[in-house]
Design a protein around this ligand. Structure first.
Ligand SMILES: [Zn+2]
Length: 126
């Protein structure tokens, strides 16, 4: 996959479920397991990257209507595999799997910036 090395490394971490989400940190004895945006919802990887309304809005701008149901309802490992194996080219010539990987990378980056840089404002998509 033709992406920056930091995106490639991020995808490797995703493949093995190695992101320090609040849920993971809580399991390791640090902090509460909840999403910083949603009330009472645990922050798992799939929550940060797909199910959180902040991520949902981004995906809704990228996904054709007919693919949304499958995209938003499968389990994490199916979601990862299905997107990583999707070589379909989009307008502009990028493969879906590249768009997916770079989008996931940015969703995680923005989540971290929001948590650690109080001046950061997540880009808005309208
Ligand atoms: Zn959330």
């Amino acid at each position: 996959m033709e992406v920056l090395e930091r995106v490639r490394y991020f995808i490797w971490r995703l493949r093995y479920g190695r992101l320090p989400t609040n849920k993971a940190c809580h399991r390791w004895g640090h902090g509460a397991p909840y999403c910083g945006h949603c009330v009472g919802v645990e922050e798992s990887i799939i929550h940060v990257l797909r199910d959180c309304p902040l991520a949902h809005d981004v995906w809704n701008h990228l996904l054709p209507m007919q693919t949304r149901l499958g995209f938003f309802t499968c389990h994490y490992h199916s979601w990862f595999q299905h997107n990583m194996l999707n070589y379909e080219k989009l307008e502009g010539g990028n493969e879906w799997r590249v768009v997916w990987a770079v989008t996931c990378y940015h969703l995680w980056l923005w989540r971290n910036k929001e948590n650690f840089d109080y001046e950061f404002v997540r880009p808005r998509i309208y």
